[in-house]
Ligand binder design. Structure first.
Ligand SMILES: [Zn+2]
Length: 280
């Protein structure tokens, strides 16, 4: 399955607000610039990628990096943390815990791609040091950035960054674009509940953790796709089918050209655990 080409690189999504968009639905990041400094949103996975992100910031501004945000604990978003010190690292309290407790598993997942091992060997666990529970507001210059947590979803530490003036949301992996979502920690039914909350934000621009910058219709697609997956998998579960048989009958309909079609197996396994009440 090939991913359709889309606009990648550094994209100014609002004045002084940038999305760092990778090709092929690899991991995205972002940064917000003011005269007083810069907020970087996620640090990517390897020294090379973190270096590219840092260079992209420096290409726009020489202002100091004031804050690094971690949108959730997955290594492809946060293993580059050490390269943005001494900026404080801001995240949900669960992100610090998950990053610490699941560090080895988190790392092993990416080490399966053996060409990455020399880079991953350079990563030191670098934890968020400013954490919050439900909401936090950060002022950067004259801009307000609202951080919020809405519950277990793609992980147990997914946060949103909302720019109310710009009607812009950094949704990270809560709503990826043009790809099936990654599910190593996903709780499908709780995730759908969280997305009902995300949908209430007055936003026109959505910067996803994977895939191109989107608008409201792209966000709605992400919700519809997850809802469709839940319906399809639940039908198999309720019909007493094995996971293997359910995987064979899942039909993603108009989303068949999205990337990540090989994720249906893991999504089904995690959904079965969720339906049985076996996921925390
Ligand atoms: Zn993730």
């Amino acid at each position: 399955m090939t991913t359709a080409a889309y606009k990648s690189g550094v994209i100014e999504v609002a004045e002084n607000v940038y999305a760092f968009i990778q090709e092929n639905c690899a991991t995205n990041a972002g940064f917000i610039v003011s005269d007083e400094g810069v907020m970087v949103i996620d640090s990517l996975m390897t020294p090379t990628l973190a270096g590219r992100l840092y260079a992209a910031v420096r290409n726009v501004t020489k202002a100091p990096i004031r804050f690094l945000i971690n949108t959730h604990f997955h290594g492809d978003h946060v293993f580059g943390n050490q390269y943005f010190l001494p900026a404080p690292i801001v995240a949900h309290a669960n992100c610090r815990d998950e990053l610490m407790e699941k560090f080895d598993g988190n790392m092993q997942r990416y080490r399966a791609r053996t060409e990455l091992i020399p880079e991953l060997d350079q990563i030191k666990m670098t934890l968020p040091d400013v954490t919050f529970e439900d909401r936090m507001s950060i002022r950067l210059g004259d801009r307000e950035i609202q951080l919020s947590f809405h519950g277990r979803a793609h992980s147990n530490s997914d946060i949103l960054l909302y720019l109310p003036e710009e009607k812009l949301l950094f949704v990270a992996d809560l709503a990826v674009n043009k790809t099936l979502p990654a599910f190593p920690d996903g709780h499908i039914t709780k995730w759908l509940t969280v997305l009902e909350e995300v949908a209430k934000f007055d936003a026109d621009t959505f910067v996803p953790g994977h895939g191109p910058v989107g608008d409201r219709s792209d966000f709605d697609d992400a919700v519809e796709l997850l809802s469709l997956l839940n319906t399809e998998i639940r039908r198999g579960f309720d019909g007493g089918l094995s996971e293997e048989d359910t995987v064979k009958q899942v039909n993603v309909g108009r989303f068949a050209d999205f990337a990540g079609q090989d994720r249906v197996g893991l999504i089904t396994r995690m959904a079965y655990l969720a339906y049985r009440g076996e996921l925390r």
